[in-house]
Design a protein around this ligand. Structure first.
Ligand code: ZN
Length: 198
């Protein structure tokens, strides 16, 4: 798989007030459409503030999609395969034991498998800086070691992307797409807060 799987269409740019620091017209809001092979059109939007440095990236598919689970065994050959991850998706490497769930600050992105591994490495390093206890440090080191092996093509591992809104995609000929079951959906965070009224 290569760059031909994604073709970029029209883009637009406008100045807006920053939603974080309130700066007048200090933020640039850009949208860019991309046509993804066998998937459809997505719109990538970015807000970037030149005053406070705030930056946020979102991905939105223009067509309605069903909840889906995408899986791929990462090999050396699949490091270049494209990944579309919407802000509502949970990304995990269950065999290595690392998972990133969507939260209010989740970002959508278009990257490749290598880029996803690098994000996991950065996430693990951040967690190791916050949790200084021996067990966290030991687990963190093991995860980092495994992630680097996958990155170097020395270890194959399963990549899972579960998206309750179906707006994500793994663009590799060996990737599998299945519908999410109701049971799986229940256990996924959707990025929304549910208020219990009892
Ligand atoms: Zn700002």
């Amino acid at each position: 798989m290569n760059l031909d799987d994604v073709s970029s269409g029209k883009g637009a740019e406008m100045k807006i007030d920053c939603p974080v620091c309130g700066g007048k017209n200090t933020a640039t809001y850009t949208t860019q459409t991309h046509e993804i092979a066998y998937f459809g059109e997505i719109v990538e939007s970015t807000i970037q503030c030149e005053k406070c440095g705030f930056r946020h990236n979102d991905i939105l598919a223009t067509e309605q999609k069903d909840p889906a689970k995408h899986s791929l065994t990462i090999t050396e050959k699949s490091l270049d395969s494209r990944i579309v991850r919407s802000q509502s998706a949970t990304v995990s490497l269950p065999e290595i034991g690392i998972k990133v769930e969507p939260g209010p600050k989740s970002e959508g992105y278009i990257s490749n498998v290598e880029g996803v591994l690098l994000r996991f490495i950065a996430t693990t390093e951040r967690a190791m800086n916050i949790f200084q206890d021996d067990l966290s440090q030991e687990n963190g080191k093991k995860v980092l070691n495994d992630l680097n092996k996958v990155l170097n093509g020395e270890l194959e591992t399963l990549l899972l992307i579960e998206d309750p809104f179906g707006q994500s995609k793994i663009m590799d000929i060996h990737a599998k797409t299945e519908p999410l079951t109701d049971e799986e959906l229940k256990h996924l965070k959707t990025g929304f807060t549910v208020i219990d009224e009892n």
